[in-house]
Design a binder for this molecule. Structure first.
Ligand code: NAP
Length: 290
């Protein structure tokens, strides 16, 4: 019988992403034992019951000690503390990766902890998710036909990079490599800014005096546009803090364009209004040709 790709996998933070990764690798038959780790035993017990992990440890040092791959899948704000608690206990030859939605902050955390970038660290980010959290929301097909971005550094060992690439490919994802800063700029535009817009829109409307009336007449478009405002607030708070600079640049750009549209509406510049919508429709239609 051939050996699975990973003999012993440790997932720190068995939530939507960590749980879905464990499920997908199990379905692929490419993992031996899966050990979970987190703060609360309720979630970890549920993970065992659901067959996502084989067993759990609440002490991160014990959880990682004999693992050949360690995946850190906690919110970005918890990343530094978790990494600090596991790094001294990693097995020789273990590969460390993460799934954080911003990469610059995690790379900076790692550099602070090690004093340099270690060769066995491979930063990663699956571009897949739902607005749900926790292991109960995890499912094996979450990453199928989705992209996973790896942001290996000059110091990253080729073997570690290859193994994490293979791990994600086994989940059905397409894996691409990107620079850390480029990743954070692209994600600020395509994911982080849209979440800011959805949260702010719902918050603004929810504070109107006649909000009940407003929401009663909200149609499908409103539902589609605001679905992501049901995402976990702590996770998104952490993403804002972690990707502050790049996100602020996108918010400034968007605010300027929105102000320009407001000015076109105020001054009854119908050509400008129509041109904006035509440009946007063309771009949106071309985005999803397949
Ligand atoms: P999640 O479902 O809430 O899972 C996170 C897990 O981390 C929880 O099960 C929790 O387990 C543990 N955790 C939370 N706070 C912690 C802390 N302070 N210290 C230690 N462990 C903690 O979240 P998720 O959606 O899987 O997100 C996890 C990571 O993936 C985040 O870094 C996020 O940026 C990234 N990501 C998310 C998405 C998405 O769409 N959701 C997509 C791509 C990447 P315990 O309660 O047992 O501690």
């Amino acid at each position: 019988m051939t050996q699975p790709l990973i003999q012993r996998l440790c997932i720190i933070g068995v939530g939507l992403i960590g749980g879905s990764l464990a499920r997908a690798l199990r379905e692929a038959g490419e993992v031996g034992e899966v050990i979970g780790c987190g703060r609360g035993e309720d979630n970890l017990r549920a993970a065992v019951r659901l067959g996502v992990i084989d067993r759990y440890e609440t002490d991160p040092a014990c959880a990682v000690c004999a693992a050949d791959v360690v995946v850190v899948a906690v919110p970005l704000g918890a990343m530094a503390a978790v990494l600090r608690s596991i790094v001294p206990h990693l097995a020789a030859g273990a590969i460390l990766t993460d799934v954080g939605s911003a990469k610059g902050s995690v790379v900076a955390d790692i550099e602070r902890i090690y004093g340099q970038i270690p060769p066995h660290f491979v930063p990663g980010h699956p571009i897949a998710g739902t607005e749900q959290s926790g292991v109960e929301a995890s499912f094996a097909t979450l990453f199928q036909r989705r992209r996973v971005i790896l942001t290996p550094l000059a110091e990253t060992a080729a073997a570690a990079h290859q193994l994490i690439r293979r791990m994600w490919e086994l989940t059905g994802a397409e894996v691409v490599d990107m620079g850390v800063r480029h990743h954070d700029a692209v994600l600020a535009a395509t994911s982080h800014l849209p979440h800011m817009l959805a949260y702010t829109l719902v918050d603004t409307l929810a504070r109107l005096d006649d909000r009940a009336e407003v929401f009663r007449y909200a149609a499908g478009g409103f539902r589609d546009f605001t679905r992501i405002a049901s995402s976990d607030p702590v996770m998104w708070h952490d993403i804002c803090v972690a990707n502050r600079e790049q996100l602020l640049e996108m918010i400034a750009l968007f605010s300027a364009d929105l102000a320009q549209l407001a000015e076109a509406i105020r001054s009854d510049d119908r050509a400008a209004i129509l041109a904006t919508f035509q440009r946007a429709k063309r771009a949106r239609d071309n985005l999803y040709l397949d």
